[in-house]
Structure formats: C-alpha cells, structure tokens
Design a protein around this ligand. Structure first.
Ligand code: ATP
Ligand code: MG
Length: 438
C-alpha cells in the first residue's frame, strides 16, 4: 500500500474506505466466498470478509483462505446453506463446504470473552456461546493485531477499520489491539504470532507490543501445547522459522517455548537451511522439523557416551526427543520418524562400508535422513564430501522400498506369515515399526 495519510478511527467512528478509495475488487475473492457473502446479505444479515484475507489483499499477496463474519447466528447460517455444518464446542462456527477442498468458515461476530462468560454454575455451551456474540466493532477489538482486524463489507464494497489497521498496514507495523500486557496475558500464543507475522510480512513490531513480550514471556509455558505446536509448524511452512526462533531467543520466549532447544548459532543455521529448502518448494513435515531442532542435543549425548550398541543409541535418540515429544504429545509415528533420522545420521557420520549397508540404503527413511544430513553439513559442521558419497550410493541402490509393503514377486505364492512365538514387549516408545540401521 502506498497511502501514508490514513485517517484514524475514533472511539465512535470507524474509518470507512469506499469502493473508490481502495484497490480490492470482488474478483480477487474466490467465487464461492462471494456466493456465501451474497446469500447472507440478501437474507438480511451483515456479511463481511474478515481476518487475514483483507490484510493480504491490501498487501498485494494471495490470501490463504477467506473467512466470513456475520451477525447471523450459527443456526441461522445453517438454515441458509445445505452444505453447512456447525463445528466448535465453546464457540460454534459454520463450515460451508464446496466440492472436495473448498471450505469456507463463517463466524458470528463475537466479543472478547471475559470471566463472566464462564460462570461456575453454567455448564451449558449454549449459554456461553450466546453470551459471546457481539457487534462488528467488538469483533474487531477481540482480534490480535490491528492489521488482522480489517473488514470488507459486501453491501457497499467498503473496507471498515475500527482499530487503525490501515495506518499500521501502510507503515508496515505489527501492533497489538489494546494493552499488549493484558492481551498477552489473556493468550500468550499471541507473542509467538507477533514474531511470526513480523517475519512473514517483513514488518516491524510496534515498540509497546515488543516491550511487552519479555514481560509476559514466562506465560508461554502455560499456553496450550496443541496450539503452540500448530503455530510452530506455521513458522516452518511460512519459511520464517529461523528468523522467528532467533527473535524468540532475543525476546526471552524461546526458553519457555522450546526449553530443550539449544539457542546456538549452529542450531539456528540448520533451521535457516530448512527454511531455504522449503522456499525451494520442498514441503516440511513435523518429524523432519523435530529431528532438526534436537539434532545437536542428540550429537552431544552421543559424544558423551562411550559404549554405543544399538539399544544405547536408540535410548539417546529417545532422550534427545523426549522433552519435546512429551510436552507436545507428538504421536509415536512422528517420534519414530525423527528417531530414524537420528539413527541414520549417526550411520552417515560413521562413513560407508559397514555391515548391512545395502539394506540401510533401501530403507524408506534413509533418503529423507540424508537430506537432513546434507543440510547439516552445509552449516559448516560436517563434511559435504561425505554427504555426496552417500548420495551417490543412495542413487545407485535404486528406489527405496517401503519395508511394510514389499510387493510379492511374480510366480511366488503369497504365504501366510509364520506364527512367531510371543516375545516380551519392548519399551513402549521404542516399539514403532522398523528401524533404519544395525
Ligand atoms: P494466515 O491464515 O495467513 O496465517 P490469518 O490472519 O488468517 O493469517 P489465522 O490464524 O488464520 O490468521 O486467524 C484468523 C484471524 O483470527 C486473524 O486474522 C485474527 O483476526 C484472529 N485471531 C487468530 N488468532 C488470534 C488470537 N490468538 N487472538 C486474537 N485474535 C486471533
Ligand atoms: Mg487464516
């Protein structure tokens, strides 16, 4: 946005940009979102586009999704759309589905929840939800940053700004709505989101907002692990993980967010490499991310231990991952992926020519583990020539085969697997399927 002279909203009046005063056109919305907006509007309800989509369009970016805000209640929305179902326990949202992969979220305007919304004597979710409905103004003020609280009104194609988001957008600023100390206390995840949006959009964080972060950093330890886990993956998907983790280190939130992560230049550099890889179009998965975050922890454990049989290495891998996977309740499957990468990493470091190499090279986890090893070598810690050797060996070994789906050779009869004698169960976190090495 090039404008620099935005008017600011007052307590009573939002800033309203008429259609001729802003560049957003309905043609930029997806067709089905426009249909939803119009059906709501023609049925007598307010229908706004809300959240990140207006921010992104004003910045000339492509929005990830379009969210709709309305004064119709979830039940009223449901009556208007056949393809609609309600989700959410505390606050009901309407999901309207078009085809296989377009899902439009319609939320009733709501206000900031406060203590009185959760009286001890009311267990009823209905009671809570209806008490949380609000006006468009209240809906704007309950949002996190000013640039995330802009509305587009389908009635007259105007943009409505209750919070000064237009000015902050034009001045490239992340500013918390209201008192940042209070808003971070209400929801500590917002601290991480402030760093994330600043990194994604290349914006600066407003001074008051930034200064509130160290003061509230400790609260991140009490935030919902599930939400933090999701926001963490967002950092990697948006290729800003290294930048945000560095800033999280500087602002004091990192020790509360990822207490076991070693905030050292080498570790950040590996994350830089991952961001660059994602930027080049290779999607990240969580197993890969976790292995990268704690690779240095694993290496140190390895270096400090003399006797290293296979079980001992497994144990070290589990020890390096446990603080994270336990806190974030990471599934066994993902833990297994990360552990496999550690085991393969050790094998890569030991060099070629050891027993069982053929099998190792054909293992389905080896290729991805080698990618991690290559990235690590690029941080300056390892020898890229070793990585190149392994890469060549992997390419020569042919396509990796999935161990669990080895096809039956033609002419060979499918046999029922022989029954095995029952073995005593292994430790629970070591049991998941097959293992890369040794
Ligand atoms: P993107 O989807 O591109 O990451 P977004 O702005 O759409 O960005 P979402 O996480 O999808 O972000 O959230 C949608 C909107 O909900 C935000 O724009 C913001 O207005 C509001 N919001 C999300 N999280 C919070 C929060 N923790 N506190 C207050 N408001 C929030
Ligand atoms: Mg969104």
């Amino acid at each position: 946005m090039s404008h620099t002279d935005y008017r600011l909203p007052t307590k009573d009046e939002p800033v309203i940009l008429t259609r001729s005063e802003h560049p957003i056109s309905r043609k930029q919305f997806d067709e089905e979102t426009v249909k939803v907006l119009y059906r709501l509007y023609r049925s007598g309800y307010k229908a706004y586009l809300v959240g990140g989509s207006i921010r992104d369009l004003l910045l000339g970016r492509t929005p990830k999704d379009f969210d709709v805000g309305t004064d119709a209640t979830p039940n009223q929305v449901r009556k208007l759309f056949r393809n609609c179902f309600l989700v959410g326990r505390r606050f009901r949202l309407a999901h309207i589905r078009f085809g296989q992969d377009n899902l439009i979220e319609v939320a009733t305007f709501r206000r900031q929840a406060d203590e009185s919304d959760f009286p001890d004597d009311s267990e009823s979710p209905q009671f809570t939800a209806e008490n949380m409905f609000g006006t468009p103004r209240e809906d704007a003020f309950r949002r996190d940053f000013t640039i995330n609280a802009l509305f587009y009104n389908i009635e007259d194609f105007s943009i409505i700004d209750y919070v000064g988001g237009l000015r902050d957008l034009s001045e490239k600023r992340i500013r918390m709505i209201g008192d940042p100390l209070v808003r971070f206390e209400e929801d500590p995840v917002r601290m991480l989101r402030a760093l994330e949006f600043a990194a994604r959009l290349n914006f600066t964080i407003d001074r008051e907002t930034l200064e509130a972060i160290p003061a509230r950093a400790h609260l991140l330890a009490t935030a919902s692990p599930a939400r933090l886990r999701e926001e963490m993956m967002e950092l990697f998907r948006h290729k800003v993980a290294a930048k945000v983790l560095r800033q999280a280190g500087e602002t004091g939130i990192l020790t509360h967010l990822l207490p076991a992560f070693l905030p050292e230049e080498g570790c950040y550099r590996l994350i830089d490499q991952i961001d660059a890889r994602t930027l080049a179009g290779i999607p990240v998965n969580e197993g890969f991310v976790i292995a990268a975050l704690y690779l240095e922890n694993f290496r140190r454990l390895l270096a400090a231990t003399d006797e290293l049989d296979f079980t001992a290495v497994m144990h070290l891998a589990n020890t390096a991952l446990a603080p994270h996977t336990r806190h974030f309740q990471v599934s066994h499957g993902i833990q297994h992926q990360a552990r496999e990468m550690f085991l393969a990493f050790r094998r890569f470091q030991m060099g070629r020519g050891r027993k069982g190499e053929r099998r190792f090279l054909r293992h389905p986890a080896t290729a991805q583990a080698l990618e991690l090893y290559e990235l690590w070598c690029r941080t300056g810690k390892g020898d890229p020539a070793t990585a190149a050797d392994w890469k060549e060996a992997l390419e020569q070994s042919g396509k990796p085969q999935s161990v669990s789906h080895t096809p039956v050779k033609s002419g060979e009869k499918k046999r029922r697997p022989r029954r095995r004698k029952k073995r005593p169960a292994k430790a629970a976190d070591q049991s998941a399927s097959t293992t890369v090495s040794e």
